[in-house]
Design a protein around this ligand. Structure first.
Ligand SMILES: N[C@@H](CCC(=O)N[C@@H](CS)C(=O)NCC(=O)O)C(=O)O
Length: 214
């Protein structure tokens, strides 16, 4: 099994955290030819990372990979066996992917002040901050999002929060976490798997910023 991933990719960090928490051995490689290239799209049609190769089969979309890992490696379960809790994990994972993170991603195009559209940027920054505050109300437990133990829901957010911590000051804003998220951040970063992946992703983000972003 081989995961195509780069340290700067937040969605890849999500899967790498799951692999680590589940103790799954997996080769981690950069996407052949780079993401979004013709060469890579021969293997992974959407050209995105992360993508997983299992034998000679390739598939992408981080949550699909996460579900595959849960199905194929049930020994350490991140979803648990309570159906309601499983739904809560999946809801939060989807909240990250659909409602929260895309607004942060859409600020990338505005890192360079020369190409900045302030109105568009503000719209995404405001939405990101609003949805981060809403996340406070979506916790069903503490210190982790759905329980006392780290789980599926907690995998997507660590790299995104570290990215926001670096990116928001570029636009004159500061990452502000409510009490649930502040306690959660401390708890997830105390986990060695999460810490190692987010440290690497944080450094890659800083390198990307120093190279001009975009
Ligand atoms: N919905 C996708 C998003 C993945 C994604 O946007 N990955 C970025 C890197 S973090 C990427 O591959 N971007 C290249 C592109 O959009 O062509 C997932 O969950 O895997």
């Amino acid at each position: 099994m081989e995961l195509f991933s780069l340290p700067v990719s937040t969605y890849s960090a999500k899967v790498r955290i799951a692999l680590g928490l589940k103790n799954i051995a997996c080769t981690i490689s950069p996407p052949p030819g780079g993401y979004s290239t013709e060469e890579y799209m021969q293997l992974v049609p959407l050209g995105t990372i992360p993508a997983l190769r299992v034998d000679d089969q390739y598939f992408s979309e981080s949550d699909v990979i996460m579900e595959f890992l849960e199905d194929a490696y049930p020994e350490v379960s991140l979803l648990g066996d309570d159906n309601l809790k499983r739904a809560q994990h999946r809801f939060l994972a989807r909240y990250h992917d659909i409602w929260l993170e895309p607004h942060l991603r859409r600020t990338f195009a505005h890192v360079d002040p020369a190409g900045r559209n302030q109105a568009e940027l503000d719209e995404h920054l405001n939405k990101f901050e609003e949805r981060l505050q809403k996340l406070e109300t979506l916790f069903t437990a503490a210190p982790f999002m759905t329980g006392e133990h780290i789980g599926y829901a907690d995998c997507a957010f660590p790299a995104t929060i570290e990215l926001a911590d670096i990116l928001l000051p570029v636009f004159g804003r500061t990452l502000t976490l409510g009490p649930n998220m502040a306690r959660w951040r401390e708890a997830v970063l105390a986990n060695p798997v999460v810490k190692a992946v987010t440290d690497e992703s944080r450094q890659a983000t800083l390198d990307w910023m120093n190279a001009g972003g975009g």
